[in-house]
Design a protein around this ligand. Structure first.
Ligand SMILES: [Zn+2]
Length: 76
């Protein structure tokens, strides 16, 4: 029950990675989502490039933003 990560402990989206996320990858799949919709993946420093490339190859990647900046933006 208490294994749920706290909201402040966001973890990298890469498979098997348990590191704290420091980047937000905002993406959109034009076949599934309206153009202004943003899905997000979280990444640690190590996986930012890997996950960006994965989304970039599919032309889904829209933005890579530091987590702190993303939160500041979405709090206002
Ligand atoms: Zn990672």
């Amino acid at each position: 029950m208490s294994n749920e990560p706290a909201e402040t402990e966001l973890v990298c989206s890469a498979k098997g990675c348990r590191q704290a996320a420091v980047w937000v990858l905002a993406w959109n799949n034009p076949k599934l989502h309206t153009p202004e919709r943003r899905k997000t993946w979280l990444a640690c420093d190590e996986h930012r490039e890997y996950l960006s490339r994965f989304l970039g190859l599919r032309e889904f990647l829209r933005e890579v933003v530091p987590l702190a900046e993303w939160r500041a933006r979405n709090e206002t």
